[in-house]
Design a protein around this ligand. Structure first.
Ligand code: ADP
Length: 159
């Protein structure tokens, strides 16, 4: 039996915080499916395809990470793909309320389990939205994203 797990998110764009969770998860499971949420209501900086390309490039070295996109309910995607478990990173107590409710709801709806991994303290303050805000105002975000993402981010924000 292949032990498969899903790491969901918007990844607009992928940060070193995401990669830390994905990389550590990849050492615990046979296969990690990174699932990029297609959300037409939320304005994004990168298209879903661009986000997938970046994720594929920066997770290649792990060897057991596959990148997919999904819309609708995460648990439906997990069921379709034969994935019994969701892994989510927890940054701070502020993430906990929301994540606990989602985990309980998802379990109630489908029996799909959610496991939480504590963030690397180096990245506990980091979110894609904060990253974009800092980069937009010319702040230095090197060290918070892979080099490839840094280049594309600067390019995109420069217009
Ligand atoms: P964000 O815009 O907040 O980065 P995403 O939807 O892209 O959100 O993130 C997907 C998931 O990745 C989050 O629910 C969280 O579990 C995890 N995550 C995001 N940033 C970090 C981080 N810095 N450390 C640990 N986990 C993180």
């Amino acid at each position: 039996m292949v032990r498969r797990v899903v790491c969901p998110g918007s990844f607009d764009p992928v940060t070193n915080g995401h990669l830390d969770i994905i990389g550590r998860t990849s050492r615990l499971y046979d296969e990690v499916v990174v699932a990029v949420l297609i959300n037409i209501e939320k304005k994004s900086l990168f298209t879903v395809e661009e986000r997938i390309d970046m994720l594929q490039a920066v997770t290649k070295e792990y060897g057991n990470v596959r990148v997919e996109k999904f819309h609708g309910l995460l648990v439906d995607f997990a069921k379709q793909q034969g994935i019994p478990t969701i892994v989510k990173g927890l940054r701070a107590v502020s993430d906990f309320d929301y994540e606990l409710q989602m985990a309980q709801l998802n379990y109630r709806m489908s029996g799909v389990e959610t496991l939480f991994m504590s963030t690397n303290p180096e990245y506990s303050f980091l979110s894609s939205s904060r990253l974009k805000e800092i980069a937009r105002y010319g702040g230095d975000v090197s060290g918070l994203v892979p080099d490839l993402v840094l280049r594309l981010l600067v390019e995109r924000l420069r217009g």
